[in-house]
Every structure is written in C-alpha cells, then in structure tokens.
Design a protein around this ligand. Structure first.
Ligand code: NAD
Ligand code: UDP
Ligand code: UDP
Length: 338
C-alpha cells in the first residue's frame, strides 16, 4: 500500500540484524537530531548505554564532535553531518528532534525550527517512527500566568528579537500536532525549561554558562537589568530522564520538563560565587529586549502522567559542571562551533 505514508516497506518498526538491548526488550534504532549538542549528547549517552542503536544528525552549528568522541568506536553509534533543513532518508523507530540554534547568540540564523521539524515529521510519517519535539518554555513568552501550566497559551511578541526562537518553536509544536492529527504520526512534545550541565556551549549567552565561565576566568559576572528577573534551572541528567520517560510513555503532551526551584539572577550569581570562588564579583549590564520577567514550571502533569520529577537542585548540580568548564577554558576550547 503506497497510498499512506505510514505503511509499506519503510513502515516496519524493527529492522533486520538487530542485537537485543537486554532481557525482554528489542533494541531500537533511534535518531537524535542535534545530538552533538549539549542536551543531545547526554541523551545519546543514555540511549547507547541501555543498548540501543543511535544515529546522530548534526550540522555542528553549535554542537561539537568532542561531545561524542567517546562513542566513535561503538558499532551501535553513527554520526551524520547534515543540516535538517534538507530532507534525509533513514529507517528508524524513534526520532528525538533537538536540532535547533538554541541560544540567543545563534538562534536568529536559520529556519531550522520550521523546515527541520517538517522534514523530521515527514520522515516519521514515512517510516512509522515515534517523534519527540524538544520545545521550550519560551513558548510562554513573558508569562502572565505564574507558575506556567501546559494549558497556558503564552504571551509572545511575534515581531521581536526573540521571535524567531519563540515563534519558531510554537510553529514546530503546531506542525507536530498537525502531523499527529492529520497523518497519525505518534508524537511527543516536551517544553524544556532552562537547563545546565557539563558540555553546555561556552560563551553562547546563556546565563549559567556565562556566570560559570566568567568566574573561572576571574571576570565579573554580567547581570542584565536589575537581576531580579527569575528563572528555574534544571540539571541536564534530570531532563534526559524526562525526555526518555516522555518518549516511552503513552501521552502526547505537551509536558513541562523543568526544575521548579526558582532563582533571581542575583541569587544565581550568589550560588555560583559560593560554588566556585568566594571572591567573585558582579557587574550590571543593560538587559535585552523582551526578556521574560519570571519563569517557573508547574510540573504536576509530568509528575502524574510520566512519574517524573527532577532530583538535582541547583546547589547540587552546579559543582558537577565546573570541572568540564575549567578544562575547556584551560585548553582554549571555547566550543562556539561556528
Ligand atoms: P545546543 O546548541 O547545545 O544543541 C543544538 C544542536 O543542534 C547542536 O549540536 C547544533 O549543532 C544542532 N543544530 C542546529 N541547527 C541544526 C540544523 N539545521 N541541522 C542539524 N543540526 C543542527 O542546544 P541544547 O541546549 O542542547 O538544546 C537542545 C534542544 O533543547 C533544542 O531544541 C533547544 O531548543 C531545546 N531547549 C534547550 C533548553 C536549554 O536550556 N538547554 C531550554 C529549552 C529548550
Ligand atoms: N522527508 C524527509 N525524509 C523522509 C520523508 C520526508 O526528509 O523520509 C521530508 C520531505 O522531503 C518533505 C517533508 O519531510 O520536505 C514533509 O514530508 P511529507 O511527506 O509530510 O510532505 P510532502 O512531501 O508530501 O509535502
Ligand atoms: N542573563 C544575565 N546575564 C548573562 C546572561 C543572561 O543576567 O550574562 C539573564 C537574562 O537577562 C535572562 C536570564 O539571565 O533574564 C536567562 O537568560 P538565558 O539567555 O540564559 O535564558 P532565557 O532568557 O532563554 O530563559
């Protein structure tokens, strides 16, 4: 039957030559787009360690081969240099779609959120794979509801400097739901809140990476605006556990995946100072346009339906990224990937 994209030769959910992934479960072939990036590379580690085959698609826009080099000799791992804005043919069971220029410095550069998501949904439709979109808390914009539940529709400026990212992800969510309703693609949507940990891009403008790198370099931490805006910071292994629970579970979402522990930027600076160097200082800089004033996830839905919640607090998680940052800064590996 060639009339439906989800049947025919490519729709087979398992492929020949597969090794078992452990007792009672067949190994899966899984694509991770953006797998050379910060979150993606940790996700790939988890999938490989449980016995699955992983294909990473990445154009190294912000990702780095160094994040995956420890897997290069593993026969269950493949790395393809490819821009997801272009179509690609693969035969897989699951697609984790993370590819996205994800920081303020990079995200205005290309249409990945729209074209990349469309191609990955087309691929999922053709082979009958399950598709997971990593959306973002930014879909809530500068929220008028606090904390944010998944039912909140958001307060987003459609023509502002951040719109390419916010609206790009909102469009990606729309496309995902359209393929689900219109083409019966099995989909999952995660709305990820600010996440930090080892392998984060250095100097890409995100606040935890900025502060940690600045303190290691003996520079003042740059606090934008009055520093009273809030964010809620999640350690990367908690996020990866949530993404896998979502993919494996029965619910489409969207699900907020974040740590509800909320901090002002001044409080964050204080925690970084306590963790790395008690002589660290701060300096105030003008804030960027449309900066959300506060953000904190309501994670009741993920707790109830995915049986997931974060385990690692900011004070526990920050020390776990310091060595990685110190080594990269000492080696002059700034990791911008551009
Ligand atoms: P990252 O920049 O480290 O990773 C993104 C990866 O995508 C990089 O390896 C990059 O090279 C790749 N990429 C970008 N454009 C591509 C393209 N056109 N084709 C192929 N590959 C491409 O960022 P991250 O923090 O790991 O983010 C991963 C995902 O999680 C993104 O979708 C992001 O929007 C989402 N997210 C992250 C956070 C966070 O705090 N880290 C918060 C909300 C949402
Ligand atoms: N696509 C892809 N790989 C596939 C199947 C589709 O990259 O295995 C791309 C395809 O080139 C198209 C997009 O996904 O640009 C959407 O595909 P779909 O079949 O839904 O749309 P159509 O091609 O019918 O417009
Ligand atoms: N921020 C800051 N100093 C920096 C970088 C960012 O004070 O060096 C602030 C920024 O104004 C925002 C918050 O930190 O209020 C989080 O910014 P980030 O870009 O990390 O994430 P997002 O705005 O996407 O939540």
């Amino acid at each position: 039957d060639s009339s439906s994209g989800s049947s025919g030769f490519f729709s087979k959910r398992t492929f020949p030559g597969r090794v078992p992934a452990g007792i009672g479960r067949k190994s899966l072939r899984i694509v991770v787009t953006g797998g050379a990036g910060f979150v993606g590379s940790h996700l790939v580690d988890k999938l490989i360690s449980r016995g699955d085959e992983v294909i990473v698609i990445d154009n190294f826009f912000t990702g780095r081969k160094e994040n995956l080099v420890h897997l290069f000799r593993n026969p269950r791992f493949e790395l393809i240099r490819h821009d997801v804005v272009e179509p690609i043919l693969l035969e897989v069971d699951q697609i984790y779609h993370l590819a996205c220029p994800a920081s303020p410095v990079h995200y205005k550069y290309n249409p990945t959120n729209v074209m990349g998501t469309l191609n990955m949904l087309g691929l999922a439709k053709r082979v009958g794979a399950r598709f997971l979109l990593t959306s973002t808390s930014e879909v809530y914009g500068d929220p008028l509801e606090h904390p944010q539940k998944e039912t909140y529709w958001g307060n987003v400026n459609p023509i502002g400097e951040r719109s390419c990212y916010d609206e790009g992800k909102r469009t990606a969510e729309t496309l995902t739901m359209d393929y689900h309703r219109g083409a019966d693609v099995e989909v999952r949507i995660a709305r990820i809140f600010n996440t930090y940990g080892p392998r984060m891009c250095l100097d890409d403008g995100r606040v935890v990476g900025n502060f940690v790198a600045q303190v290691i370099r003996k520079q003042p931490m740059t606090v934008y605006g009055d520093g009273k805006q809030t964010r809620s910071f999640q350690y990367v292994s908690d996020l990866v556990d949530g993404l896998v629970a979502l993919m494996e579970g029965e619910h489409v979402g969207p699900f907020n995946l974040g740590n509800p522990g909320e901090f002002t930027m001044l409080e964050l600076a204080e925690v970084v100072k306590e963790t790395i160097d008690s002589s660290a200082t701060i300096e105030f800089k003008p804030n960027t346009a449309d900066d959300p004033h506060k953000r904190k996830p309501d994670i009741s839905k993920a707790k109830e339906l995915l049986n997931w919640e974060p385990r690692i607090s900011l004070r526990e998680g920050l020390p776990l990224m310091v060595n990685d940052f110190r080594n990269r800064i000492l080696n002059g590996d700034e990791g911008k990937g551009l």
